[in-house]
Write a protein that binds this ligand. Sequence first.
Ligand code: FPP
Length: 256
Amino acid sequence: MPHSVRNEPAEKANVPAHVAIIMDGNGRWAAQRGLPRLEGHRRGVEAVRTVTNAARDLGIRILTLYAFSVENWNRPKAEVGGLMSLLEFYLKQELKTFVKDRVRLRTIGRIDELPAGVQKHLRHTIAETAHFTDYTLVLALNYGSRTEVVDAARAYAAAVAAGREKLNDGSWATFNRYLATADLPDPDLIIRTSGETRLSNFLLLQGAYAELVFTPVLWPDFGKAELVSACAEYARRERRYGLTTDQVKPAPTTTA
Ligand code: FPP
């Protein structure tokens, strides 16, 4: 069977469908230049724009960005306020681009605890882009895997109590429906910038079989070339999902 019949076209064959990124290193990027931390975050927003476009160019259909964790509230008040202002400004500016590029915006995390202005722009942008199906940008905001699991367990328990779920049917597929990511496929590739090699409470369950790529590049310097390189690393990996190498090896292609 000719190769092209069994597989996707070569250039799209190994592109991860869902890439999730822990954007780290804004503070260090600024410190290296004697700039305030907030300038690092401002340049981080530029990198968000660049990488969102690059992901679309590469055919990555879902991009999840860890923009604010539940732990980030413990940062100095001025930094938290600055990050929220940047987020609100980004949402105001970006709506036109999302519509032009047909990108659907979504969030995961406890959105109702964010400042009212941010919530307003989030809800508006989400509503205005809800009908797009080709590309999805997921912003993880006030997100942490452990709070997500607690919220899901609470919702699942309430559904059992209300008779909408049966406790004994509790499979992973059932519980998964109560996670913030219920309607999204799991990430294929999780990237963390800035040389740290931790997941920091990000998509811990959804990333169970994800490939992990760590790069020393600081987030404001992460661009298309770095995304291409992470995807190339992903393409070289063999995903086994607990099977043996022989089981996952694709059948040899025969020439027609
Ligand atoms: C980590 O760098 C980054 C964050 C805590 C925030 C990420 C936010 C942005 C990129 C900007 C806002 C996002 C959007 C989507 C508009 P760090 O400050 O921990 O860096 P450091 O470890 O070098 O101090």
